[in-house]
Design a protein. Sequence first.
Length: 590
Amino acid sequence: MDIFGILTMIGGLALFLYGMNTMGDGLVMLSGGKLERVLEKLTQKRIMALLLGAFVTAVIQSSSATTVMVVGFVNSGIMKLTQAVGIIMGANVGTTITSWILSLSGISGDNVFINLLKPSSFSPILAAVGIVCMMTGKDGSKKKTIGNILLGFAILMFGMETMSDAVSPLKDNKAFTSMLTAFSNPFLGMVAGALLTAVIQSSSASVGILQALCMSGAVTYGTAIPIIMGQNIGTCVTALISSVGASKNAKRAAFIHLYFNLIGTLLFMIVFYTINSFANFLFMEESAGAAGIAVVHSLFNIGCAVVLFPFADRLVTLATYTVRNHRETEDTLEKPAELLALDERFLETPSYAIQLCKKAVIKMAEHTKNAIFLAMEIQKEYSDEKITEVEALEQLVDNYEDCIGTYLVKIAGRDLGKEDSHLLSTLLHSISDFERISDHAINIAESVQKMHEQGIVFSDKAKEELNSLETAVRDIVDITEDIFDNEDTNKAVNVEPLEEVIDDVVMEMKQRHIMRLRKGECSMEAGIILEDILTNYERVSDHCSNIAAALIEIKADELDMHQYVDVKVKGSDPYFQKEYLRLKNIYILP
C-alpha cells in the first residue's frame, strides 16, 4: 500500500466515524427523550430491563451512550443499582445490531434483489433523500432530523466501502499479514481490540473497522476473535470515565459494565481455547468476512448475557465490594432529588435532559405555591414557625432557580428539535417568575410579622376584603401551576381575566381603605402595611400572567410574549370580556 492508499484509508475511516456519530445523534434526537423515559420507568423486572437495554441500544446505535445514561440514572438516584445491571447486559446485546447492518457491505451475488441490499446500491438513494429532507426541513424539525440520519448512514456506508477498497491490496502484503498473525495470540489480540475501542470509545465503530479489514481477505477468524473479545472490554472505558466524580453507586454501575465484559471475555477465552486445543477448529485459519464478524460478535454478547444473567446480583456485590461505602457529603444528602437528577451526562440526550428540567420546575412551582399559601395562613393565624418555613421555602426555590437555570443554559447549546426548543423557552421564562412569587411570599410574611410586633390589626371590613382577594390569588396560583404542569394552553386563557380582576380588586381595596381612613375607621400604620400586602398580591398575579402568556405565545411559535396579554386588555376578545365580568362579580365585594 502506497501513501495514497493510506490517505484513502484514513479518509474512509474519518467518513465512517463521522457518519456513525451523525446517525447516532440523529436517532437520539428523533427519539425525543422517549426511550430514556421508558428505561427510567420500566426496569423493575430484570428481564424487562435487559430487553429494554437491548432495544434502546439497537435504536440509538451505541452501547456506550446507553451505559453512560445508566450511570447518570444511578448517580441522580432515578434508578437503583439492581435495576441498572439488567440494562447494562441488554446494552451489550443491542450493540450487535450495528455489526449486522455493516455486514451488508460484504454481500455479493448476481441476483438483482441481493444487489439491492448492498450499501453501494441503496446508500446513494438514502443520501439523495437525506439531503432533500435537510434542505427543505426547518431547523429542529423531524424532517431535518430524518435527513441527518439518512445522510449519516450513507456517509457511514461510503466510509466503510472506502476503507475496504483501500485495504484490499494488503491481502498480498507479507508485512501486514505477519503483523496480523501476531494478533492471533489471544492475549495480544485482546489487548489490541481493547486499546482500539478505548481510543475511539465505540465498540460498534471498532467492530466496523475490523469488518472493513476483513474484506481484504487477510484477516482470519483466529485473528479476529480475540480482537472482538478485547473490543468488548475497551468499550467500558467510556462509562468508567463518565463515572469520575459521580456518586459511589454511579461508579459501581460503571464497574458492573466492566466486570460483565471482563468476566464474559475470560470465560469465553478459557472455554473456547481449551476446546480448540483438543478439537483444533478448522475455521480458525479461514478468512473472516463481515457477516462472520457479526456472528461472532452477536454470539459472544448474547452468550455472556445468558450465562451471567442468573449471577446479576453477584455482579452488584462485586462492584459494591470494589467501590466501598462511605458517608456521602452533606450537600449531596440535602440536595433535592429533582436537582440531583440534573446530571451533566444527560446533556448528551438533550430531549431527556429537558424533561428532567420540567420535572424540577414542576416541583419548584409546588414549593412556590406552598410558600405563598403559607404566607396567607400567617395573615389569619400568626406563627413564628410558619414564617421560618416560608423563609426556608424561599431559599429552596432560589436554589431550584440557580440549578435549573444553569442546566438549561447548557442544554441550549445542544441541537434541539422544535418541541424541545419551545419547552426550553417556556422553562427559561417561567423559573424567574416562580422565584419572584416566592419572594413576594417572604414580603407578605414580613409585613404580617411587623403587624404582630407592633400590635396593628386590620378592621373587620378590611379583613373581609382581604379574604376575597386572597381567594382570587389562591385560584390564579392554582390555575397557573396546573397549566404549567400539563402545558394546557386552553386553560391558560383563564389566567389573564383573573389577573385583571385581581388588579381591579386591589385598586378598589385601596380606595375603600382611603375612605375608611378619612372616617377614622382605620389607622395610618395599618394602611401602610395593607398597601404593601396588596402590592405583593398584585405582583404575584402579574407573574402568574407572565407564565401563562409565555406558555401560550411559545406554543403559538410567536416572539412577543405579551402580545396575548395586550390583546386581552384591549378587550378585543369576547371570551376575555365574558370571563372578566363573571370573575369580577365573584371577587369584588359590594
